[in-house]
Design a protein around this ligand. Structure first.
Ligand code: ADP
Ligand code: MG
Length: 238
């Protein structure tokens, strides 16, 4: 299960209010995209859900359980970063296995889970390589593999494709969508790229200056943007 609920969540850094107040429900299994211009608070919102930042006010629940203030490790979520954060001296196998090793999982269980993740991500032939011997797309897949083996309630992605060239971005978009279909796990995906939002999301959350402008399916936002900002951002006529 992976239902995430934000109830009157706000965030300030010092005197600066970055997120005035957000109420939002992400249903179990949904692919939700946070989209909006640079600096609108997308990463902050994701970090609040991950537990990497504390809310100033409000509560965050996962499957009905209040996790406000709980550390990231207690939330059962996996974050995939844009910068991959792979260990250069470790093989692909060791990189993917790392979180399980930290959790003192049984060796045989680790081996099985790593091979399963590698199979899903087409990395089986690359398990003994180091990150330096991989392409950008393959590195991104290793980072996703490391998230998969933890069997999280939800995956949190922060602009995972922004370092890749346009062709590879298209391929990875498809791969992440396919991964969502095969796993059925909740995914929360941050991007400033309208195309990513429109092609990947079940539900889009359009943000401006830390506020939710509109929530809806790609088709709903395209057909009935609530205001000029949404219309302009989604690229639809109003
Ligand atoms: P986005 O991911 O949409 O580009 P961010 O969530 O990174 O936006 O940032 C939203 C706003 O919050 C920006 O104005 C940014 O400067 C500010 N901000 C983010 N993190 C911090 C921080 N740790 N301290 C102070 N201001 C921050
Ligand atoms: Mg950001």
């Amino acid at each position: 299960m992976g239902k995430i609920t934000l109830d009157k969540v706000s965030k300030s850094f010092g005197q600066t209010s970055v997120i005035p107040q957000i109420d939002l429900t992400i249903e179990d299994g949904e692919f939700v995209v946070f989209v909006g211009p640079s600096g609108c608070g997308k990463s902050t919102l994701l970090r609040l859900i991950a537990g990497l930042e504390d809310t100033t006010r409000g509560t965050i629940s996962i499957d009905g359980q209040d996790v406000t203030g709980a550390p990231p490790a207690k939330r059962g979520l996996s974050m995939v970063f844009q910068s991959y954060a792979l260990y250069p001296h470790m093989s692909v196998r060791q990189n993917i296995a790392f979180p399980l090793k930290m959790a003192n999982e049984d060796k045989a269980v680790i081996a099985k889970k790593v091979e399963e993740a590698a199979r899903i991500l087409n990395l089986t032939d690359y398990l003994e390589r180091r990150p330096g011997q991989l392409s950008g797309g393959q590195r991104q897949r290793v980072a996703i593999g490391r998230a998969i083996v933890r069997q999280p309630k939800a995956f949190l992605f922060d602009e995972p494709l922004s370092n890749l060239d346009a062709a590879l971005r298209g391929t990875m978009r498809l791969e992440i969508s396919e991964l969502h279909q095969s796993l059925g796990t909740t995914m929360v995906y941050v991007t400033h790229d309208q195309v990513e939002a429109m092609t990947m999301a079940d539900k889009i959350v359009v943000l401006q200056a830390g506020r939710v402008e509109q929530v809806g399916s790609p088709l709903e936002l395209y057909r009935s943007p609530r205001n000029l900002f949404v219309a302009g951002f989604i690229g639809a006529p109003k």
